[in-house]
Design a protein around this ligand. Structure first.
Ligand code: CU
Length: 276
């Protein structure tokens, strides 16, 4: 059982989100270790926390992280498309539902890998269908600077519908790094880094570090079959139908309703964060 006193604090990047977003790989934003995967493959991965919350006294990100909460979009998510390889300033268009693009249920593909290496408690989150929709882990103190925190999970094979024109499918994965337990009304750069999309949820974190800068997981269509890196088993090619041209880049973003439901950390029926 977690208590408020078992938790400590987090901190902020001194550089702006905009600067970091332009070259995220070299910086310390919270991201997935492997952010691009091939369809049809199971991948072991990590949430990577690069820094803590802002400490006003030291003007650094030295407030330690005491927990992190992750949401994977479920099949209720908002789906948009762009022409494959379109520039960032090309506006996305509405593109139906998740299962228009992905085989199966379109959710439940992510599972926590059990680990207490960093924090002492963790739990999977499931939706009403029993499908995994994320996880949280907390209880402890990840130093805000000087270390990187890794939180293991895996994704099961995600397969793109052969008849669809999807060339890539990108899941938006909101993550909250918590440095101090507060209610939603008390969120600040001193107590949480909010790597979330701006969708109108309680966790938009407007003005906070990470605002509208969520982690992502891009699934790439296997148009050519077995890749050179996989030799043990043949992987069937999934070519784009000829009528698709260059194809589409699909983005799957969890709704505000899902984020409000699935972002809170609930330990044995008790909501630990945000404080209610
Ligand atoms: Cu940062």
């Amino acid at each position: 059982m977690l208590s408020s006193t078992s938790f400590k604090k987090l901190a902020l990047c001194s550089m702006t989100t905009a600067i970091l977003a332009a070259s995220q790989s070299g910086f310390a934003h919270t991201r997935l270790q492997t952010s691009t995967i091939l369809e049809g493959t199971r991948v072991y991965n990590n949430v990577v926390i690069g820094h803590g919350c802002h400490n006003a006294t030291t003007n650094s990100n030295s407030n330690p992280v005491m927990g992190t909460s992750v949401v994977f979009p479920d099949s209720t998510a908002t789906v948009t498309s762009k022409p494959a390889g379109a520039a960032a300033d090309v506006a996305p268009t509405a593109a139906g539902s998740v299962t228009d693009w992905l085989e199966g249920a379109g959710e439940g593909y992510s599972k926590k890998v059990y680990s207490k290496d960093v924090f002492s408690a963790e739990a999977q989150k499931t939706n009403s269908l029993g499908n995994a929709v994320g996880f949280w882990t907390g209880g402890g103190s990840l130093p805000g600077i000087g270390y990187t925190g890794l939180f293991p999970f895996k994704t099961d094979a995600v397969s793109i519908k052969p008849e669809s024109c999807a060339k890539t499918v990108t899941f938006v994965v909101p993550i909250s790094d918590v440095c101090e337990l507060t209610p939603v009304s008390g969120f600040s750069d001193e107590n949480v880094n909010m790597w979330t999309p701006t969708v109108g949820s309680n966790f938009d974190g407007i003005g906070l570090h990470g605002e509208n800068s969520p982690a992502t997981l891009k699934v790439v269509r296997n148009t050519t079959g077995t890749p050179a890196t996989l030799t043990s088993a043949e992987v069937k090619a999934n070519p784009l139908p000829a009528s698709c041209g260059e194809g589409l880049d699909i983005t799957i973003t969890p709704t505000a309703e899902q984020i409000n439901r699935d972002m809170p950390a609930i330990d044995n029926g008790v909501q630990v964060w945000p404080v209610q």
